[in-house]
Design a binder for this molecule. Structure first.
Ligand code: NAP
Ligand code: 8YV
Length: 319
């Protein structure tokens, strides 16, 4: 008997692809590479496998009459048209919680990297510059003020870590969190005006597009640092580059970008930024846990079992 067909809408992590391939025939982006063949294939597709950044538009979902689930390998699912998926009766799942620690760890790593100029120091030593004199001084992290944009699962884990560094914590989110113990500001600009490190960890998508704009960066000020581990779309990248170039802010640590994997050359050349390639959840342990959960969701969806972790918008669809 042939295996059920699954469509991969992005290049899948090997752990996820390997698990899927044990039960399903995985068609790697056939809708893009061979649209003619996809016309025949589409009615056989039982599940859609994606990543946090992958695009699953209405136009694709409407071609999949027998799809039972969209299983995203990632907690963010801003590339999926969830409203269209619900209309087509296709629940969407994601991988919350299993990556929270890693993303919070990387956020703190970027805070320490930009504040204490660790990558620059490494380059300084490797370039043989140490005998010629000391490096410029860094910015103390312990005891500094951190502001978090998005106090969800990962935002709270970042706050927990920052508290261990004796940092004071404030935040903004769509709503104030009762009993968080942290100061709430109703907007990113008001938050930014009152701290040293602004860490962004919201979902991407239309609701947060350019939430961090020129006004917020101005409020952050020449001694403030921006850390973005959310999505590139949340920050106005042009405004950020200008702010970094003209000293409106002190520096930035960036894991995500507007047009990945392409990073503007202007950022490569700036000495006050630390750049990482969207790797906040990229440890062996966490990628395995994400693959296990995404695979479990795919299996459950295709076999009609309860989904492990549907996205909140699909809760009603799976009851
Ligand atoms: P979560 O628990 O759903 O938390 C999201 C937080 O963002 C919530 O506090 C929410 O506020 C807030 N938020 C949403 N829209 C907002 C807006 N317009 N203005 C201000 N705050 C807003 O999600 P999570 O598990 O922490 O993950 C957060 C995001 O991190 C993901 O969606 C993904 O984009 C990103 N991420 C990136 C990586 C990476 O590799 N760099 C890895 C994993 C995740 P309320 O609580 O008030 O609703
Ligand atoms: C992954 C992510 O890097 O979970 C998310 O939202 O952005 C990351 O964990 C991504 O989903 C894998 O491509």
């Amino acid at each position: 008997m042939s295996k059920p067909d699954v469509l991969a809408v992005a290049k899948l992590h090997p752990f996820y692809l390997q698990a899927l391939s044990s039960l399903y025939t995985v068609h790697d982006r056939t809708h893009i590479t061979d649209p003619a063949a996809f016309t025949d294939l589409a009615p056989r597709i039982m599940g859609v496998a994606g990543t946090g950044e992958a695009s699953v538009p209405r136009s694709l979902l409407s071609q999949l009459p027998n799809a039972k689930v969209v299983s995203v390998f990632g907690v963010g699912y801003d590339g999926v048209d969830v409203a269209a998926a619900i209309e087509h009766g296709i629940p969407v799942t994601h991988t919350p919680d299993v990556l929270t620690d890693d993303v919070a760890d990387l956020a703190m790593g970027l805070v320490l990297s930009v504040g204490r100029t660790i990558p620059q120091a490494d380059q300084f030593v490797r370039a043989g510059q140490w005998p010629s004199g000391p490096m410029a001084l860094g910015r103390k992290v312990s005891g500094a003020r951190m502001g978090i944009v998005g106090l969800g699962r990962i935002g709270k884990a970042i706050a927990q870590r920052a508290s261990g560094f004796g940092m004071s914590i404030a935040y903004t989110a769509r709503s104030e969190k009762a009993n968080s113990g942290f100061q709430f500001y109703p907007s990113a600009a008001e938050l930014a005006a009152n701290l040293d490190f602004l860490v962004v960890i919201t979902p991407g998508g239309a609701g947060t597009k350019h939430l961090i704009n020129a006004d917020v960066l101005k409020a952050l000020g020449p001694r403030g640092y921006l850390i973005n581990v959310a999505r590139g779309s949340v920050v106005d990248e042009e405004a950020l580059i200008a702010a970094l170039q003209n000293g409106t802010i002190a520096g930035a640590g960036l894991d995500v970008f507007a047009h990945e994997p392409n990073v503007p050359q202007a950022l490569w050349t700036l000495s006050n930024v630390v750049l990482t390639p969207h790797m906040a959840s990229a440890t062996t342990e966490t990628r395995q846990a994400m693959a296990d959960l995404a695979f479990a969701n795919m299996q459950a969806g295709i076999s009609g079992q309860p989904l492990r972790t549907p996205v909140p918008e699909c809760a009603a669809l799976v009851q």
